[in-house]
Design a protein around this ligand. Structure first.
Ligand code: ATP
Ligand SMILES: Nc1nc2c(ncn2[C@@H]2O[C@H](COP(=O)(O)O)[C@@H](O)[C@H]2O)c(=O)[nH]1
Length: 220
């Protein structure tokens, strides 16, 4: 089925993009990411590696690659990460190979990463990166969400709330800002941003030939 880009009509592939969601912890990136992957055909989630302990219900290889610190540092040394950062006293990094493989065949890749990682991706991939910062509707709602998620200790939640202001201070480096109050509305906003970015002229490789072909048909 066609995705509505010229490439899917002319046989030329579209250029894949890197779609980044960041937010303070608990604002809803993981929830929105899961909804996007379910509803946007061809969108591939980047699975990060982390040194943080696994939460109840998380699956190694699906939610994260859970590695110890020596293994993480070995991966850094071998240049296996596209970006990596220290976040909340743990290390997190984006494995390079799956992202490069997806982009090479014109697939879009979704990232749930912090502001430091976004900055690194932006400096490497420039306009192939589209970034969205998710804000909570209020500080109270953010704290409530972290508690109702019930996956981190009170101490960890306190630590993440302390750093929420810091994370939020980077909102102005992002292309789009979405306030996640009602999840359905926030999802529709994020989905629309991705769809519009997919349709940008510069991402549709082969437009010239496609239009030329139709013009020749019309003239001849
Ligand atoms: N709009 C919303 N209204 C109410 N609850 C929400 C909303 N969006 C997400 N949540 C809930 O808030 C909690 C935190 O969401 P989520 O895990 O998606 O946040 P996150 O930004 O990925 O956090 P982290 O950075 O810690 O991974 C979850 O329990 C989720 O179900
Ligand atoms: N720079 C990167 N940040 C990442 C990556 N994977 C996740 N994250 C960010 O870490 C925090 C905490 O995540 P949690 O799962 O422990 O709650 C959150 O802001 C994520 O966006 C990564 O590969 N690189």
């Amino acid at each position: 089925m066609s995705d509505g880009t010229a490439g899917s009509y002319s046989g030329v592939e579209r250029r894949g993009l890197m779609f980044v969601l960041s937010s303070p912890s608990g604002a809803g990136k993981t929830t929105l990411s899961r909804m996007l992957v379910e509803q946007m055909p061809g969108l591939q989630m980047s699975v990060s590696a982390t040194t943080r302990p696994m939460r109840p219900g998380e699956v190694d290889g699906r939610d994260y690659y859970f590695v110890d610190r020596p293994k993480f540092d070995e991966m850094v040394g071998a240049g296996e990460f596209l970006e990596w950062a220290n976040v909340f006293d743990n290390r997190y990094g984006t494995p390079r190979a799956p992202v490069e493989a997806a982009l090479a065949v014109g697939r879009d890749v979704l990232f749930d990463i912090d502001w430091q990682g976004t900055q690194q991706l932006r400096s490497r991939a420039g306009s192939d990166v589209v970034s969205v910062f998710i804000l909570p509707p209020s500080v109270q709602a953010l704290e409530h969400r972290l508690h109702t998620r019930a996956q981190d200790s009170h101490e960890v939640i306190r630590g993440r709330m302390k750093k929420a202001g810091d994370e939020m201070s980077h909102f102005d480096a992002y292309d789009y800002i979405v306030v996640n109050d009602n999840i359905g509305v926030a999802f529709e906003s994020v989905r629309s941003i991705l769809r519009a970015e997919q349709l940008k002229r510069e991402r549709q490789v082969g437009l010239d030939a496609f239009v030329r072909g139709m013009r020749q048909q019309l003239e001849g």
